[in-house]
Ligand binder design. Structure first.
Ligand code: NAD
Length: 300
């Protein structure tokens, strides 16, 4: 069966149904969950309901004494950096194996080809209104810290000061042989030159790896310790743009909740943990967060 699926009132896309499977043309994701037939990827909220939830989130922020945010790849999608598991996510295009440390060890050249493509996008990206909204909340004294799974440095670019990078940063490289770390600027001209594939250590010629956490690697101990202690001691925990499937980051909202914190989720799609949150808002972080900050300002 071939049919037109309505995406918004002005957008439709062509779908083909074969048995229980659906295929579609074009990039715009619809609300139909193709991987779980019969379910939707998010719950449509009426304008009034959306306003009410934004207000509820703002109230929780105003009442909070220590608010901690956990951000994921979704917050940077509106800056042009694709996420991993969203509709146009990197894993859908490259396969999840490229993110595994064993792939790096066996195919460093292949990995660096993939990484350079992603790095060009990350280095050129600018913060979007969601990053600025969190930076503003911090300035207003209404956000204690951001625990981020992102490696793009966009929170700092937006002006956030207290940022805990639990998955490392793409702005640094580490030598697998001698452990020296280099800011990416020191290697940048070589890295981006034509035909260049595997960057090497300026001291010992060892192979360099982005100073980010790959699948199969441990998280940086100090950052993880701080993230857990901040989650245990906050009274409000907000998650923005994360599918909450990558551990141990995904356990942080549960830790906060079990220590008495209220919880807010802002995400484009459902996550496996939606029921744990006091307020759930489905939508684009760059549209929702500035509205929450506006409400907070009115209430303060
Ligand atoms: P994920 O890809 O698993 O999930 C992203 C979530 O964000 C999805 O549920 C998606 O629906 C949602 N989303 C997409 N666009 C959104 C938007 N505009 N507003 C709000 N939500 C939106 O990402 P994750 O949970 O962070 O975990 C995956 C891993 O990906 C992390 O370890 C992270 O280090 C890494 N990663 C980072 C970047 C980056 O630094 N920007 C990019 C890709 C992946």
């Amino acid at each position: 069966m071939i049919f037109l699926e309505t995406i918004t009132t002005s957008e439709k896309r062509l779908c083909v149904e074969v048995g229980t499977r659906y295929f579609y043309y074009g990039d715009t994701p619809g609300n139909y969950d193709y991987e779980n037939p019969g379910t939707q990827r998010w719950v449509e909220l009426s304008e009034a309901e959306l306003r009410a939830r934004i207000r509820e989130a703002a109230e929780l922020i105003v009442e909070s004494k220590k608010n901690v945010a956990l951000t994921g790849a979704g917050i940077s999608v509106e800056s042009g950096i694709p996420d991993f598991r969203g509709p146009n996510g990197l894993w859908k295009r490259y396969g999840e194996h490229v993110g595994h440390i064993s792939f790096f060890f066996t195919n460093p050249g292949e990995f660096w080809k993939f990484a350079l493509e992603v790095a060009k996008v990350i280095f050129a990206a600018r913060p979007n209104p969601a990053h600025y909204a969190l930076a503003e909340l911090e300035k207003m004294g209404k956000l204690h810290c951001i625990i981020t799974q992102n490696i793009d440095g966009l929170h700092q670019k937006a002006g956030s000061k207290n940022v805990i990078e639990i998955h490392g940063t793409a702005w640094r490289l580490v030598c697998l042989q001698c452990g020296t770390k280099f800011p990416v600027e020191e290697i940048a001209s070589k890295l981006m030159s034509k035909g260049f594939t595997i960057p090497r250590c300026l001291k010992c010629e060892g192979i360099l790896k982005p100073d980010t956490v790959f699948f199969g690697e441990r998280l940086p101990e100090e950052e993880l310790k701080i993230a857990i202690s901040e989650s245990m001691s906050c009274d409000l925990f907000m998650v923005v743009g994360s599918s909450l499937v990558v551990y141990p980051a995904a356990s942080l909202p549960g830790i906060a909740k079990s220590h008495g914190a209220k919880t807010i989720l802002v995400n484009l799609e459902r996550t496996a943990m939606d029921e744990m949150f006091d307020v759930v808002i489905y939508g684009k972080a760059g549209e929702i967060l500035p509205k929450i900050v506006e409400e907070v300002k009115k209430m303060m």
